[in-house]
Design a protein around this ligand. Structure first.
Ligand code: GLC
Length: 739
């Protein structure tokens, strides 16, 4: 049974100061793996002490291993308090779903919830009790490699998708053996890292922080996520792990978060590098002041808290509050009753990578793919002589770098899926990798790719590719970033495909055949001439285990693509950061009467090449004008006062397809300037050829609230525009007033 609060309090009162401090220490998994020393700790005695008293560990999985560690740990612990096991299960444990950015492209929170549920079930059976997911950072800069882990550039979409993930991970009770505790990260505004560079500073006004960046965290936290993780960045000069205002006033008091606040890896100690703390001891004090409960993988807390308490710099009452939050989390996970949280090697083997889980992942792939071009109905495939060319024909790294427990051998490649699909048919398919994945001497983070035989290997692949290109009438280019080119610490100043792939594309296009291009990527890319040259262009993201199957389902027309861009695709990296919900400026382009003196580039459009919310289907849709049942709603009236905005949507094409109808609102004038559009709703509509449907949205005062110049979240009377369309560039509008 779950311990009562008074039992926990009695336990806390009975613990020594050292025991209490060590509950706030998280060690890396290798500390517990065989003879590995505690990372970074030279003193083995200290290491042994930490191993025997640390409150949690990250990075381990494996039911039998974890059970053995837990058994030994609890036998040795003075109060037999269970250890807590945490791991980054971001978009898959064994059955890997499309990366979170791809899940954002589904515009379907249910996809995120189902994915998180499958991930939790597999991870929990494998011994994991807490996942460091969902990442709810608002992202606007494609140079930042971690956009792959986000659900995109819109706060409203991010909130819905990440709240659904929390629901999937945690279920109705985190004590349930098929669920884990979720951790919302990285608090806060990590996505605003300057120049798209990881671990960098963020300089944003409190207004922007509140109005744009905090929205995405708010919903998953109110959904009941049990942990929040601090971010690496400074916010206006203050590192998050030492930001008392952000963590106590905003996160805990305003947002009502009463769970465990864990630092990101070494983030407490790194306040010394930032020049915010003189030394680890001061860093520990600042983090405790800010309310950081767990120190991830440094000696800040273990090395200094005892002295800080004895000196009276940190009160023992403050320590006790932090320890109680950790004990409550362990208690709510049911660890005092079942320290193994139901982990079972047998059950894990039985449930993992099940047919049902794979089918759910395959469905998520289908819904995440974004069709950017489809000239003259090139897709769905109709050719009998097809060539697949490119490194993603056979490359099994179709997951993301954050699918850290993924066994890529389970990933279905394009070749495998095509061979299955067309076996025994009259469709002839030829295959060639055509080029290596990346250029020689590419920096791929953990490794620098180099091959002494790079040029000859690449020339051989190219020759082979050009030969099969001659023998077919339709070529499918299977191109993309390397797995290691997005994720943590993979910021890129150039966001094109590797040069070696662009060379391949350039040679193949000269063949003048029908050209379909598939792009595997963890971020928006500068696509160069690929969109102009390709007859069809499909963004596949990092699709995970069921890559090949989901992509072939769409290419063959079993289902129409329905994905919508969760992040704007630029013409060039020089436009970054780039996002649809921007401000109009005083000189919007085109500005009448002053064509050159407007906010613009001399050498590039302002607009995205493909805007947020954009994605084609195999069919055509028409949308009527926006109809409003009333042209004003009254402020402060009962919640019932609302307007209804409606459109008729008709499938005028030849295919059944699912369309995502999007509602945007613009506040024409406010006490602070307001974005030219903000997503406030979306609905998916599935229609057969010739079918139509009415789509309606409620417009309420709540939707019109924002952080005003008075730094309050409220609405202001005035004129508004409502837009309903199929992407953020829609001009299908109507006007109304808030009076
Ligand atoms: C990393 C990441 C964070 C992750 C943590 C534990 O540095 O920033 O997202 O959860 O460390 O692996």
């Amino acid at each position: 049974m779950i311990m009562k609060k008074e039992d926990l309090q009695a336990l806390l009162n009975d613990m020594s100061l050292e025991e209490k401090i060590m509950q706030l220490v998280q060690l890396p998994g290798q500390t517990f793996e065989e003879t590995a020393a505690v990372t970074g700790l030279a003193d083995m005695e200290k290491a042994k002490k930490m191993k025997s008293l640390a409150g949690s560990v990250l990075g381990l999985h494996g039911a039998d291993k974890i059970k053995a560690i837990q058994k030994e740990y609890m036998e040795n612990h003075p109060h037999h308090i269970p250890l807590m096991f945490m791991l980054d299960v971001i978009h898959g444990h064994d059955t890997v779903f499309p990366c979170p950015l791809a899940q954002g492209a589904t515009f379907d929170p249910e996809v995120a919830r189902v994915g998180a549920q499958v991930q939790a079930k597999e991870a929990a059976a494998d011994g994991v009790q807490v996942t460091f997911s969902p990442m709810a950072d608002l992202v606007r800069d494609a140079r930042w490699g971690r956009v792959v882990e986000s659900t995109g550039e819109d706060p409203y979409l991010n909130g819905l998708m990440t709240a659904a993930m929390v629901k999937g991970y945690q279920g109705d009770s985190i004590a349930d053996k098929e669920h884990v505790a979720a951790c919302v990260k990285h608090f806060a505004a990590y996505g605003a890292a300057e120049a798209g560079r990881d671990y960098n500073t963020c300089e944003i006004s409190e207004h922007t922080l509140r109005d744009q960046y905090l929205q995405g965290y708010r919903l998953p936290i109110s959904e009941g996520a049990r942990l929040v993780m601090t971010s690496f960045n400074t916010l206006n000069g203050i590192p998050s792990s030492g930001n008392k205002w952000l963590m106590r006033d905003v996160l805990r008091d305003e947002m009502g978060f009463d769970g465990v606040l864990i630092s990101d890896w070494a983030a407490i100690a790194e306040m010394v590098n930032w020049g915010f703390a003189q030394d680890l001891k001061e860093a520990a004090a600042l983090a405790m002041d800010a309310g950081v409960d767990i120190d991830m993988c440094t000696e800040s807390y273990s090395g200094s808290l005892e002295a800080l308490i004895k000196e009276g710099r940190v009160s023992e009452a403050l320590l006790d509050k932090a320890v109680m939050r950790v004990l409550e989390l362990k208690n709510d996970l049911g660890l005092f009753e079942d320290p193994y949280h139901g982990a079972s090697e047998e059950r894990y083997k039985e449930i993992t990578l099940s047919k049902d889980s794979r089918e759910k992942a395959r469905d998520a792939v289908r819904k995440s793919l974004v069709l950017l071009e489809n000239k003259e109905g090139t897709l769905p495939l109709s050719s009998k002589k097809i060539a697949l060319i490119g490194p993603y024909v056979d490359d099994k790294d179709t997951h993301s770098a954050w699918a850290i427990t993924c066994n890529k051998e389970n990933n279905i490649t394009l070749r495998q899926a095509f061979e299955e699909e067309f076996a025994g048919s009259d469709v002839e398919v030829k295959y060639s990798n055509g080029s290596l994945m990346v250029d020689n001497d590419s920096d791929l983070g953990f490794l620098k790719f180099h091959s002494d035989t790079f040029r000859e290997d690449n020339d051989r692949l190219m020759k082979e590719a050009l030969e099969i290109a001659d023998e077919c009438d339709t070529i499918i280019m299977c191109l993309g970033e390397s797995l290691m080119q997005s994720g943590e610490s993979t910021s890129r100043a150039k966001i094109t495909l590797p040069q070696v792939q662009l060379e391949l594309f350039g040679k193949v296009k000269e063949k003048g055949k029908k050209l379909i291009t598939l792009i595997f990527t963890g971020r928006p890319l500068d696509l160069g001439d690929i969109p102009e040259v390709s007859d069809a262009l499909l963004i596949c993201w990092r699709p995970g285990t069921e890559s090949g199957h989901g992509i072939v389902d769409v290419l063959t027309g079993k289902t129409s693509p329905q994905g919508k861009l969760p992040m704007s695709f630029p013409w060039t990296v020089g436009q970054e950061p780039l996002y649809y919900n921007r401000f109009n400026t005083g000189r919007p382009k085109p500005f009448e009467g002053a064509s050159i003196f407007t906010s613009r580039y001399l050498d590039c459009p302002n607009e995205a090449r493909y805007p947020f919310g954009f994605g084609l289907t195999y069919s055509e849709f028409e949308i009527s004008e926006v109809k409003l049942d009333k042209t004003s709603i009254t402020r402060g009236s009962s919640a019932s006062d609302k307007a209804i905005a409606s459109v008729e949507i008709k499938n005028t094409g030849a295919y059944a397809a699912t369309q995502t109808v999007q509602l945007y609102i613009r506040d024409m004038a406010g006490s602070v300037v307001r974005p030219i559009k903000e997503l406030k709703g979306f609905k998916k509509v599935s229609l057969g050829p010739g079918e139509n449907s009415q789509v309606s949205f409620e417009i309420t005062e709540e939707m019109l609230k924002f952080w005003t110049a008075s730094n309050r979240f409220e609405s202001e009377a005035g004129k508004f525009k409502v837009f309903i369309g199929l992407d953020s560039a829609t001009e299908n509008e109507a006007e109304f007033e808030l009076v």
